[in-house]
Design a protein around this ligand. Structure first.
Ligand code: NOJ
Length: 748
């Protein structure tokens, strides 16, 4: 009875205020022509402070948890209107069940927002993001995110905590696997592709989810590659290296941002006024909302930045953090902070406005269940076209690192093939980390892929040989016996899926356990050995790099991984992937990336007092941008249409690329630039463009790049973003050590 009186009173208020829906099912969108902003304002006017704070609160369901706190009371909290968003709850049925609590059992019936870490696929799992990035194929990457969004949206999700756009120059950091690698230009382009893929053309067709640019900012610059560690970098580096992918995501229309766990120069990102208010919300005019990374508000206490949770909440909300993920700090303390005058209610209104805007935009007030659709879920999840897209993306992500005497591709006519290694028949590792609702049993292993490909024509002898880690060598004997019977040996080694991702930093990034010894023993048989690597980060494998005749980097290739790798191994697909990250020779070289500064004493092998090591070269094992093909490409005739240009002109750079080998193939031509003298020093080279070009055997094409003064801007000592007149060297080629170059001059 009390409830009916409440509802009636609210309907009257809504009517009087010329407002609209309060409870789906009771009253539908009364004023459909009102703009979202007006609708948000109307609703806001009806909300109590506690209800507003509810909208700023995100809790995990009990299905999964990705951090230390689990709230057992989340269903009660939904009923009380004290939580506005839930994560780690998915499937049409479960999201409907929870949505019903919000819509039918709360005073205002405001629908919930459902979020989840849909990072590289929902159920159809694509290669890990670092692997996808190795394709340098923006269309395919966008398509990967599209498929993920279509599946996730059918299962009731509105929001993914992706893309991770953190630049990562330290392979010890496990989360390097989740991003686009070390380069800002490539990373920005990929950030845009992923945002476009997740958010599609909008939410009219329920085939899109809100994307989230994370982790803002510079999470990848953690000292010593240790997760959650301190970040201490100059503002120039922040603005030039780490922020551009976030800015690109914002410009592409990403609707949400997640703050990082780390501090920047002494202030945790969760309360960083300058990052959140000045840059994101003011300079970039970001209209969406900012969510914390898990309990990052609470973590400001151990950071030594807040005296207790309440203080931490005050700092973060005032800095512009709109939603508290799982920490329950806003839930417990925000109302008091407002009553005490430490937080203005206008700030709360701003945050709630940003959140409600999304719920209106998603159409949840018209139909709160529109995303949770069992029929669509059944029809779309793992649809044949999604599996085909995952296989295609996986093939494009593979990087051929070595291929002596054209050992690859292998003939399909071999009599016997040995397939060895702890990762050769592992389904779960194929998923990699952050595999959402992906199911290991749906994964095609390398062994299964090869068996399907060779269809009984070749005798395949499989032996695991050893585990990924540990010291057990008892499987070596059987592996060697199998190897001796075979014409060719394939050995799949690397990391287990869980060894990269969050909280998975390593100090030794060589092959874990006794795997390298297994590879050595197989190579010692004198038989041709193909090493198939599976890993979430660059590995240090100098011995294998020098001694294995063929090496294929496959990352964690996803649901269709085994098919995709087999397509490449047996020549049905000519590999075209290029490393999005440098592979060092040893951990001591880290951080090692292609675009450092030159120093005043650049390396000279004949001069001891230059910048180098006594015990290792400066050069990497494999440079950024590197990747072989079964064919060969040659670059020539590099020309610019002008030698001198000013800030209003565009330089056209042209180069001839020829396929000089025996296969049709795709090349990624890369343009690098060096600003020779600057008012602050500039990197030795910087990627400024890339193009994928498909060439039939014997074919050649002239391709063009355009360059303007704006592309040459950087932050000077006064933090002005400007290009400076002077000489610029250019190179075009197949990786970051390209040697075909010329010089141009920016005159003014
Ligand atoms: C912590 C991770 O850092 C973040 O990337 C993720 O989205 C959240 N947990 C939620 O799972």
């Amino acid at each position: 009875m009390k409830k009916i009186i409440h509802i009636t009173a609210l309907l009257v208020v809504a009517y009087l205020m010329n407002s609209f829906v309060l409870r789906s099912g009771i009253m539908k969108n009364a004023l459909p022509d009102k703009t979202v902003e007006q609708r948000v304002d109307s609703l806001l006017a009806l909300m109590t402070l506690e209800e507003k704070i509810g909208q700023m609160t995100l809790f995990t369901s009990d299905w999964e948890m990705t951090g230390p706190t689990l709230r057992a009371t989340y269903k009660e909290d939904i009923r009380k209107g004290r939580v506005g968003a839930i994560f780690n709850a998915h499937t049409a049925a479960y999201t409907k069940e929870l949505q019903r609590l919000a819509v039918e059992e709360t005073r205002l019936g405001i629908p919930l927002l459902f979020g989840y870490d849909v990072i590289h696929g929902y159920k159809t799992i694509f290669p890990i993001p670092l692997g996808e990035s190795a394709s340098w194929d923006l269309t395919a990457i966008e398509q990967g995110a599209r498929v993920a969004a279509i599946e996730a949206a059918a299962s009731g999700l509105h929001w993914t905590f992706a893309p991770m756009v953190d630049i990562a120059r330290d392979p010890r950091w496990g989360r390097i696997s989740e991003g686009a690698g070390e380069d800002t230009y490539l990373g920005s382009a990929i950030a845009v592709a992923r945002v476009k893929g997740f958010q599609g053309t909008g939410f009219d067709n329920t085939d899109a989810v809100l994307a989230c640019a994370k982790h803002y900012a510079a999470y990848g610059a953690a000292q010593a590659g240790r997760d959650y560690h301190t970040v201490d970098i100059s503002e120039q580096v922040m603005r030039e290296v780490y922020l551009p992918p976030f800015k690109a995501a914002a410009d592409a229309g990403v609707w949400t941002f997640m703050n990082a766990f780390n501090e920047w120069n002494g202030i945790p990102a969760t309360a960083h006024d300058y990052l959140l208010k000045d840059i994101l919300k003011w300079e970039w005019a970001f209209p969406g909302f900012v969510v914390t990374d898990y309990t990052s508000i609470n973590e400001m206490v151990p950071h030594g930045y807040a005296s207790d949770y309440k203080h931490a909440g005050e700092l973060s909300v005032n800095a512009g953090v709109d939603m508290d993920m799982q920490g329950a700090v806003y839930y417990n303390h925000l109302a008091d902070l407002v009553r005490e005058g430490k937080v203005k209610e206008s700030r709360i209104d701003d945050a709630v406005r940003r959140i409600l805007r999304m719920k209106f935009m998603l159409g949840l007030f018209e139909d709160p269940y529109r995303f949770s659709n069992a029929e669509r879920e059944k029809r779309l999840i793992m649809a044949p076209e999604h599996l085909a897209a995952a296989r295609d993306m996986a093939r494009k992500s593979l990087v051929l690192l070595r291929n002596e005497k054209q050992l690859l591709p292998l003939p399909k006519t071999m009599k016997t093939l040995a397939v060895i290694g702890p990762l050769a028949d592992s389904k779960v590792d194929m998923l990699g980390n952050w595999s959402a609702a992906g199911d290991a049993k749906d994964c095609v292993t390398l062994l299964e892929g090869i068996r399907t490909k060779l269809q009984g024509s070749t005798q395949i002898i499989y032996e695991k040989g050893c585990n990924v880690d540990g010291t057990d060598r008892t499987g070596f004997a059987k592996a060697l016996a199998a190897a001796k019977k075979a014409q060719v040996i394939l050995v799949a080694v690397g990391e287990a899926g869980w060894m990269s991702g969050e909280a998975a930093s390593r100090t030794d990034i060589s092959l874990p356990g006794v795997q390298e010894d297994l590879v050595k023993a197989l190579i010692a048989t004198g038989k041709p050995v193909v090493v198939v690597l599976m890993n979430g980060r660059p590995l240090t494998i100098p011995w294998i790099a020098d001694n294995a005749p063929a090496i294929l980097e496959t990352w964690f290739a996803g649901t269709q991984g085994g098919h995709a790798i087999s397509d490449v191994l047996f020549g049905d697909y000519n590999p075209s992937g290029k490393l999005p990250v440098t592979f060092p020779r040893n951990v001591g070289q880290i951080p090692l990336f292609y675009n450092p500064k030159n120093t005043g004493r650049p390396m000279n092998p004949n001069d001891k007092y230059t910048s180098k090591y006594l015990d290792a070269p400066n050069t990497p094992q494999w440079p950024f941008g590197f990747g072989l093909s079964y064919t060969t490409f040659e670059y020539s005739d590099l020309k610019t249409d002008k030698k001198e240009f000013d800030r209003n002109e565009t330089v056209t750079i042209s180069v001839k690329v020829a396929n000089t080998g025996q296969y049709d193939g795709e090349e990624t031509a890369q343009l690098y630039v060096r600003d020779l003298v600057g008012s602050v020093t500039r990197p030795v080279r910087e990627l400024k463009g890339f193009q994928k070009v498909f060439l039939k055997k014997g074919e050649s094409k002239v391709i063009q790049f355009k360059l303007r003064a704006d592309d040459l801007r950087f932050y000077n000592a006064d933090l002005q973003f400007r290009a400076e007149p002077g000489d610029f060297d250019l190179w075009v080629g197949s990786h970051s050590d390209a040697t075909l170059g010329t010089r141009i001059v920016l005159t003014r």
